[in-house]
Design a protein around this ligand. Structure first.
Ligand code: NAD
Length: 352
């Protein structure tokens, strides 16, 4: 029997999870952990009083701070970090210091430097660090990854990522963390990092970035831009762009990727990159894909794919040595670093 941690369960037994941050996505983590036969939810933690969080159904110890949780001596294998973006690095490092594996919601951090500190700590204590990029599990994502890796499209000429969503005052609430520079970090971090992750996963790193940014409708609700046109070259060849906005009125319009390759073209679209709209490749017949899961539904607004059960499964399988992390720490860092490089141009420009 392999000992993971002196206070924790074995690699062959049930994996014990604590969830830090019990908001929208933390509750989804708790639910997915509870539904997995090889997982056990052992603690919840949030800075808010328990009564205000809608977590009554979980009969597990509750703590009001990460320090109380980590000093509680409860047997834990994995801490999942579901707090605001700007706290991910600090919280991940604290959990790693206690020798717990960490699952961190996207984005991994708000700076490359913070992500490097997480990776250093994870390596130092020999624990796993998992990033949550659940869109990789959507059937169109799994399919396009396979055909890009197998070079079915040939050389890649152009990639266009369009992310046009609605985020208005129903989403940005006064006094909340969303919309703040310090805890949210920007539209590319909070809304669109999943799509930047898919682009990086498929085509690799980018260079020669040019960009323009604009704040159309969020002067009173966020500290940053709501829209941008960004273009670049891929280091592996070809060029690409990200066109994005959260200023779309009333509801999300689309999240799509259009790929023009030497042997054909593909467009994956829908509200959250969930449908293959075009597949025109010389001599290739598109297979029938499984239905994508619906988006996370937060009432008036919708988010990315509801695939978190795959994340919990992958964490358990990796800890038990059956597979490797779907999104590892270096990939999490690269997404943050790409966004940081794009935003360096925003911070140099005068945004009107
Ligand atoms: N993977 C996805 O598709 C997805 C979807 C939504 C959100 N997220 C990410 O999940 C994270 C949380 O987002 P959310 O929408 O659930 O936000 P939320 O505001 O609903 O929840 C955050 C929770 O963290 C708690 N919190 C804040 N500071 C804390 C602290 N110091 N210690 C303990 N708890 C603290 C808050 O009280 C709140 O309950 C963000 O990083 C976000 O980017 C990911």
């Amino acid at each position: 029997m392999t000992t993971i941690n002196q206070k924790t369960s074995s690699a062959s037994g049930v994996i014990k999870f604590a969830v830090l941050g019990c908001g929208h996505i933390g509750k989804r983590h708790a639910e997915m952990i509870t539904l997995n036969k090889e997982a056990e939810l052992v603690a919840l933690c949030d800075a808010y009083p328990k009564e205000n969080l809608g977590i009554e159904k979980y009969n597990v110890p509750f703590f009001n701070s990460i320090d109380e949780l980590l000093n509680s001596n409860i047997a834990i294998d994995v801490v999942t970090i579901c707090t605001p973006n700007g706290l991910h690095a600090e919280h991940s490092i604290k959990a790693l210091e206690k020798k717990y594996h960490v699952v961190c919601e996207k984005p991994m951090g708000l700076t490359k430097a913070n992500c490097e500190k997480i990776i250093f700590k994870a390596l130092q204590v020999s624990r796993n660090f998992f990033c949550v990029m659940q869109n990789r599990y959507s059937p169109p994502s799994v399919w396009i990854k396979e055909i890009v890796d197998q070079k079915v499209l040939g050389e890649i000429f152009m990639v266009q990522l369009n992310c046009y969503w609605n985020r208005d005052d129903r989403y940005y609430k006064k006094g909340g963390w969303k919309g703040t520079q310090e805890l949210d970090g920007g539209t590319l971090f909070t809304q669109f990092s999943h799509f930047i992750d898919i682009m990086y996963w498929l085509f690799g790193d980018i260079t020669n970035i040019q960009a323009k940014f604009k704040d159309f409708t969020h002067q009173n609700s966020t500290d940053f831009e709501d829209s941008g046109f960004v273009n670049f070259d891929f280091i592996n060849g070809g060029m690409g762009c990200i066109n994005y906005s959260t200023a779309v009125a009333t509801q999300n319009l689309e999240s799509s990727i259009t790929i023009i390759g030497e042997k054909g073209s593909v467009k994956i679209g829908g509200q959250y990159m969930n449908e293959v709209e075009v597949c025109n490749i010389n001599g290739y017949k598109m297979p029938k894909l499984a239905e994508a899961n619906p988006p996370n539904d937060y009432g008036v607004y919708k988010g990315s794919a509801a695939n978190h059960h795959f994340i919990i499964e992958n964490v358990i399988d990796t800890i038990k040595g059956r597979t490797t992390a779907t999104t590892n720490a270096l990939e999490g860092l690269k997404v943050v670093e790409i966004i940081e490089r794009i935003y360096a141009l925003r911070d140099k420009s005068v945004m009107k």
